[in-house]
Design a protein around this ligand. Sequence first.
Ligand code: IMP
Length: 424
Amino acid sequence: MSASIVVGTQWGDEGKGKIIDIIASRADVVVRSQGGNNAGHTVVSNGEVYKLHLIPSGILYKNTLCLIGAGVVLDPKDFVGEIESMQSRGISCDNLKVDPRAHVTMPWHIALDGLSEKFRGNADIGTTKRGIGPAYMDKYERSGIRVYDLVHPEVFAEKVRTAGKLKNKIITDVYGGEPIDLEEVIKEYTEYGKVIAKYVDDVSVIVYNANKAGKTIMFEGAQATLLDIDFGTYPYVTSSHPLSAGVCVGTGVGPMMINDIIGVAKAYTTRVGKGPFPTELDDEIGDTIRNKGGEFGTTTGRPRRTGWFDAVIVRHSVRVNGLSRLAINKLDTLSGIGDLKVCVAYEKPDGNKITDFPPTLEELAGCKPIYETLSGFDEDISACRDFESLPASCKAYITRLEELCDCKISMIGNGPDRTQIIER
Ligand code: IMP
């Protein structure tokens, strides 16, 4: 009986897809608990690239049950598109289930995401414009449309007319946007509902029973710790709880079920969207990391901001997630860039040194990273399969990260393929 959680420890895009895929290959059940199609997991398998936004990565394994929990916001159009795209590549979606409690991302959520971002002007959040924030707003305001409604046409039509009327008023009267044709939405989305109906089931019950039956369960995180609505860099965050604890409320399971929590970090740091980034490299090294590491968004294609590894951030993640271990990805990207810097603490504007990540942006503002410099490496490490065969400076880098983050590093990624991993 084993239930593990995989979470991102930085601002997302840590290569969780790859770690998730490796763990998924050993799991009977894979569960998504929060977020929506703002997430983008890239999995490379046998040279084939799969980009998943909503469907759990276990889908690549024939016998793995893939579940989407109540805490997810589901865009039916994307979801159906993803199912069809997987099927057209010969991958069955028969083992896929979605909880009827999950909320549906509607066209007005997407419209309002774009309009409110535009309205904010320079103070925009830099969202993925997938309607995530507005969908969660309706959920917590208790006016959302859920997957159950989507697959019951009469209930759905009624809810679209009621909710859509108000949304159209906001779109046109507040933002001066174009109203959405609600009858068209009913027609289009009812068709998605017909496709989705066969996948609807109570995910909380399925996971509970699977655990009782001794199955191996993996909860795959989307987004990451610093994008958590409470413990991230608010307001430059997403609207859900990507923390390990979010898995329990997002699936409907108790915390005592979980016995392993794996945090994924990159050997450096990246972020998309706006917001503070203390170790950001606005220089040639930053460009090199971006180009070598292919740091462009899976969901939006935006170039990612790049910077040195920030141990203050990852230590924060170790604490708020209760991590049992870390996976460090993309160590190979750092080959050939010279000495490596690691942020070990911040210096506040008053000269004081802090080692805990500040709770607010106001306190983070003006914090300067305090760096330790470690030797870099020039070797191509992409073929290494055990820790001992890594160059000495690579091993020293990993060992130092372990000390600074106060957490064991049990996996090291050294290339995009699922086989390019060193397990310790
Ligand atoms: P939203 O989730 O679309 O509302 O966007 C809020 C913030 O979270 C933006 O900075 C996004 O770029 C970021 N974000 C959302 N999902 C992901 C992800 O999967 N990886 C990295 N950043 C993300």
